[in-house]
Design a protein around this ligand. Structure first.
Ligand code: PLP
Length: 413
């Protein structure tokens, strides 16, 4: 079959992310991998899950194995409405839609809002799953660079003015304000306020994706953008993947009731409903207060991994290499000296059994060739220390070559 001839136009654009392809290579057990942004499976509360699963099947097995409402399990939605309200986002059950992870939220929002050619503002660098979701619906992605305070709203304002002169308005901006994937950066309160003001002024929506916000190691939590929203302009995505377990695929979307109904129509055609068993399990864990307790222990345990990775980077990475110091989440963003190629370095480091993700895949326009994402979430302490030490040595070797180009040929021989 000549599939290419048969594909819809949008399907021709769909590509598997290079980053995910690389994971296959890096997921071999002998590799010290900082590539995948997975939670640590060692932190999954296995015994408790087994106990609750038993109870669930005994007490409500038949309904837990049945289809459920498209909007999601009503008890879970009630819990999430109360949680969002506690967090400064007044919400009722009708403002909550359960999704198969927040990734599905991004897909459904793109399905509902994006016409081919619509402009969508994205972070640069940005989360590949978000970049991919809007791309699959033929959006034109407009990247706006980040700095230490998150998305640079002055640059955004300039781009919005230019777009306006062309008679165009973005449909929405997709942002991850807390411990962003891939940089670990937390957007400042001022920038959050500013982006909401710009969204009002230029009339676009904001999608606030917050899977990492609760995994905070230090510093004060910053108010969500949704909590400052008085018009329903911000759509919030939450997830149990990082605070509990990703395998149940339970996330949620918070929005105006009428939008929730529209998204439910879109979801009906996608999957009818989210995982009934997983939702009931999440509900039992959340409602009993277990997840809140679990998150606080997780934060301590992930902090230990972050501290270890940072201290190894301090010790072993050469001068000229810089990195972010995230106050939470899973990721450290590394910048190599200008002109050094993170992909070329990765290929060599894989030979020494160490892996990370080079940064170019997080950029829409092929920038960021000297950047890389390091996840400290999954690797065990031993792999973190050994891996970063080996990589530090490799960087020293590479940078000598870089600093003394006349030696390159000699060494290649
Ligand atoms: C920023 C961001 N959003 C969404 C997701 C997807 O999470 P979920 O498992 O809830 O679909 C991830 C996963 O890594 C992520 O980093």
């Amino acid at each position: 079959m000549n599939w290419d001839e048969l594909y819809a136009e949008r399907a021709r654009l769909m590509k598997t992310s290079e980053i995910r392809e690389f994971f296959k290579l890096t997921e071999q057990p002998e590799i010290m991998s900082f590539a995948g942004g997975f939670p640590s499976a060692e932190f999954f509360p296995m015994e408790k899950v087994s106990e609750v699963m038993d109870e669930l099947i005994t007490q409500e097995g038949r309904s837990a194995l049945q289809y459920g409402p498209t909007e999601g399990n009503v008890e879970l939605r009630k819990y999430l409405a109360a949680k969002m309200t506690r967090e400064g986002v007044p919400a009722g059950v009708d403002n909550i839609l359960i999704t198969n992870g927040s990734q599905q939220g991004m897909d459904l929002l793109s399905k509902v809002f994006v016409n081919p050619g619509d402009v969508v503002i994205v972070e640069e660098p940005g989360y590949v799953g978000g970049l991919g979701a809007v791309h699959n619906y033929q959006a034109e992605r407009l990247p706006v660079p980040l700095d230490a305070e998150g998305l640079q709203t002055d640059l955004l304002a300039a781009r919005l003015r230019k777009l306006k002169m062309e008679g165009r308005t973005p449909k929405f901006a997709y942002i991850v304000p807390n411990f962003q994937n891939p940089t670990g950066i937390c957007m400042s309160f001022e920038r959050r306020k500013k982006i909401l003001e710009l969204a009002r002024e230029y009339n676009f929506l904001l999608i606030e994706d917050n899977p990492y916000g609760e995994i905070r190691f230090e510093g004060e939590p910053v108010q969500s953008i949704k909590s400052m929203d008085t018009e329903g302009r911000v759509i919030y995505l939450g997830s149990f993947s990082k605070t509990f377990i990703p395998g149940i695929r339970v996330g949620w979307l918070v929005a105006d009731e009428s939008l929730i109904q529209k998204i439910a129509c879109a979801k009906q055609a996608t999957d009818l409903c989210s995982n009934s068993l997983g939702q009931r399990m999440a509900c039992r864990f959340a409602d009993s207060g277990y997840i809140d307790h679990h998150v606080s222990t997780l934060s301590e345990r992930y902090k230990a991994k972050r501290d270890l990775m940072l201290s190894c980077m301090d010790k072993y990475f050469p001068a000229g290499v810089t990195w972010t110091v995230p106050e939470g989440g899973f990721f450290i963003w590394v910048t190599l000296p200008e002109g050094m190629n993170a992909r070329a370095l990765l290929l060599k480091s894989i030979e020494r059994k160490v892996a990370y993700v080079d940064g170019a895949g997080f950029f829409v326009n092929g920038n960021g060739k000297n950047t890389a994402r390091f996840a400290f979430s999954e690797a065990c302490p031993d792999k973190i220390s050994r891996g970063i030490t080996i990589l530090g040595k490799l960087m020293h070797e590479e940078m000598n070559i870089y600093s003394y180009p006349e030696q390159v040929e000699g060494l290649a021989l």
